[in-house]
Design a protein around this ligand. Structure first.
Ligand SMILES: [Mg+2]
Length: 164
């Protein structure tokens, strides 16, 4: 985890193709994402804080989360809702012309909190996950990031690293 920031920079793209996606498309997609985050936040409050009245019906064939680990479900809800809040931060920055960096760090911290919840349930920790992630990326990009290697991944080798 100590070298994660430097190690992760090695595999980051250094290009920014703003002529490949329109502003209209980006705005609409992030608005939808932020809206989904808000809807999930409402469900999270009901599921994990007990808000709202009891409901009946609405079951779906081949879909049930009742018997899944509740803390993992909670962490997934949290990661998605915080990602929605990061989306809102991007939308605001695109309107104002500047990022609220204090807010971005706050949302990153909230994401970390939900990752910690997930790691406890998976009996792992930040160091182990960071090391495995960097090892996977080193296999994908032995020298540095490249577009070709980003598209053509050796998923079998990556899976072997993830399972080791
Ligand atoms: Mg937040």
């Amino acid at each position: 985890m100590k070298n994660y920031l430097a190690d992760s920079a090695r595999t980051a793209s250094d290009s920014y193709f703003t002529d490949k996606v329109t502003e209209e498309e980006v705005k609409a997609t992030f608005e939808k994402f932020a809206e989904t985050g808000e809807a999930l936040d409402g469900q999270k409050r009901k599921l994990f804080y007990g808000k709202g009245d009891k409901v009946e019906g609405g079951s779906v064939d081949d879909f049930s989360f009742e018997n899944l680990n509740g803390n993992i479900v909670h962490s997934i809800y949290g990661l998605c809702t915080e990602a929605g809040e990061i989306s809102e931060a991007f939308l605001k920055a695109a309107e104002s012309g500047t990022f609220d960096e204090v807010n971005l760090k706050e949302e990153a911290g909230d994401l970390l909190w939900y990752l910690a919840m997930l790691f406890r349930e998976l009996d792992t920790n930040f160091d182990e996950v960071a090391t495995t992630n960097i090892n996977k990326l080193k296999a994908r990009f032995p020298e540095k990031f490249s577009q070709d290697k980003a598209y053509n991944r050796d998923l079998n080798t990556e899976r072997e690293i993830l399972e080791s």
